[in-house]
Design a protein around this ligand. Structure first.
Ligand code: NAD
Length: 496
């Protein structure tokens, strides 16, 4: 058993009771309130962080507003924004192990995996976005202006930073989700107030230290830790915020979307999913089963685009399900500090309870638990579970569980597979496992989701836009699409 030793810096960071960054100041909540963070692997308290008040959030937004409107940052050239982002990425690289350990202790995920996935993807993404800082272009347009036929004009379109960004993120990839918002914001010249998830603020607070160390002016990046209901809502309602960017549940996303529409605040919503994994009869069944298992069990199934619905062409259904069950049964569960562990705990007792309710619901409705279906503690563990004999309309198939629970259903032909894959309120991702090029190309345009993977699942790249159709959200993260979401277009017409 290879238990990672905590770095002295990790222990020191947690022991010093991290504070929030508002403008240049590291502060407690205005009323001194705190909230406890727990280690999901043990259920024990890790430390406390400030529970931001509405006043704290308003001060953070004001700091971001002033930094955007009137500070050296507002005059920063693209090259400097590029270099600062590279510097930040370099500092994250230096502290990659520390960041991974904080993510492990706070979220429960494997420290080893967090270092090569969460942290490295975040670093790669910031470097990718650093490249965009110097490539943001407008255009010039030859115009006619029919109402003034005798005049000459010079006309151009500017792409400008949208302004103060209010970013609210979920707990499943705390650092990575924060960087998906921070990267395009800092590349385009915006300023940011980040509200990390209630459960997982530690890497956001460490990130704020690194932003300061990189040399960003005060107020460009602010972090307020607190609850969604107080700090998140205060950020959402603050009139000085120009853009809201949210990653979380569809229920909260809908509320934020409505509030944003009321004030015409720009908004991007990255929401829930119930992504299908489709295994066609011609697929390489071994890699399809392994791929389907990792599509649902990676990060304890707490992945927005997890392959949580499995559709297998009928003649191979039993074999693929048995193979996945075999993989699940062999998985070792335990603390994310143990590098030999395949699956960690869920984020919280609440999430464990939620996932367990779905498993019980399956049992009660006569579904078959092909493997797993057990929970244990201390810590918030649920065994990787595969459920069969469920109807397409069952809540297990239609609702996002957000845990290591796979529902599997057979299909007869391509049309049947497409019908069931699209029969979902969500549309975040989908994977097709097949080597039949023609079938794959017929299916890709007919799948209603923001990403389609072929012979892989949840494979992300900074250059590829990521986001949802239907209830999975509005807008896209990553790629040039993100730059578009953090900028406004301004049309300029000059009469000569
Ligand atoms: P959640 O919606 O409960 O919370 C997300 C964030 O919103 C947290 O920071 C929370 O404090 C805040 N919040 C809660 N209520 C709020 C309110 N009334 N006003 C403002 N902010 C509020 O979601 P969660 O349980 O933390 O995360 C899981 C969900 O996130 C899943 O549905 C998952 O699919 C989704 N997710 C989506 C993506 C994506 O890119 N599409 C990525 C990761 C997670």
């Amino acid at each position: 058993m290879a238990i990672a030793t905590l770095l002295p810096a990790t222990t020191a960071f947690i022991q010093r009771a991290p504070r929030m960054l508002i403008g240049a100041e590291w502060v407690e909540a205005a009323d001194g309130q705190t909230m406890p963070l727990r280690n999901p692997a043990t259920g024990e308290q890790l430390c406390v962080v400030p529970r931001a008040t509405v006043d704290d959030v308003d001060r953070a937004v004001l700091a971001a507003r002033q930094a955007f409107d009137d500070s050296p940052w507002s005059r920063t050239r693209p090259r400097e924004r590029q270099n600062l982002l590279w510097k930040l990425a370099d500092l994250m690289q230096r502290d990659a192990e520390l960041l991974a350990q904080l993510e492990c202790l706070n979220n429960g995920k494997s420290a080893a995996v967090a270092q090569v996935m969460d942290v490295q993807l975040a670093i790669d993404f910031l470097r990718y976005m650093a490249g965009w800082a110097t490539k943001i272009e407008g255009s010039s347009v030859e115009v006619s202006v029919p109402l003034m036929p005798d005049q000459q004009f010079h006309s151009f379109i500017r792409r400008e930073a949208v302004g103060v960004v209010g970013a609210i993120v979920a707990w499943n990839f705390p650092l990575l989700l924060a960087c998906w918002k921070l990267g395009p914001a800092l590349a385009t010249g915006c300023t940011v107030v980040l509200k990390p998830a209630d459960e997982t603020p530690l890497t956001a607070l460490k990130l704020a230290e690194l932003v300061q160390e990189a040399g960003y002016p005060d107020g460009v990046f602010n972090v307020v830790t607190g609850t969604g209901i107080t700090a998140g809502a205060a950020l959402t309602h603050n009139p000085l915020v120009d853009k809201l960017t949210f990653t979380g549940s569809t229920a909260v996303g809908k509320e934020i979307g409505k509030i944003a529409m009321d004030s015409m605040t720009r908004v991007t919503l990255e929401l829930g999913g119930k992504s299908p994994t489709i295994v066609m009869a011609d697929a390489d069944l071994g890699s399809a089963a392994a791929g389907a298992a990792s599509a649902i069990f990676f990060n304890q199934g707490q992945v927005c685009c997890a392959g949580s619905r499995l559709y297998v062409q009928r003649k191979h259904f039993d074999k693929v399900v048995a193979d996945i069950a075999g993989i699940a049964n062999a998985m070792k569960l335990g603390s994310g500090l143990d590098a030999s562990v395949d699956m960690g705990p869920l984020i919280s007792a609440r999430q464990q309870e939620r996932v367990w309710r779905y498993i019980e619901m399956g049992r009660e409705s006569g579904a078959t638990i092909a493997c797993g279906g057990e929970q244990f503690g201390p810590g918030y563990f649920v065994k990787p579970t595969v459920i069969v004999d469920v109807d397409q309309q069952h809540s297990l198939v239609q609702e996002e569980i957000f845990g290591p629970v796979l529902v599997a259903i057979p299909f007869d032909d391509e049309a049947d597979a497409l019908r069931m894959a699209n029969d979902s309120p969500y549309g975040l991702g989908a994977s097709i496992w097949s080597n039949d090029l023609a079938a794959v190309h017929r299916m890709i345009p007919r799948i209603k989701s923001g990403s389609v993977w072929v012979n892989c699942h949840s494979a992300l790249d900074p250059a590829l836009p990521f986001g949802g159709y239907k209830m999975s959200g509005v807008g896209r993260e990553m790629g040039y699409a993100a730059i578009e979401h953090y900028t406004e277009l301004k049309s300029v017409l000059i009469k000569l």
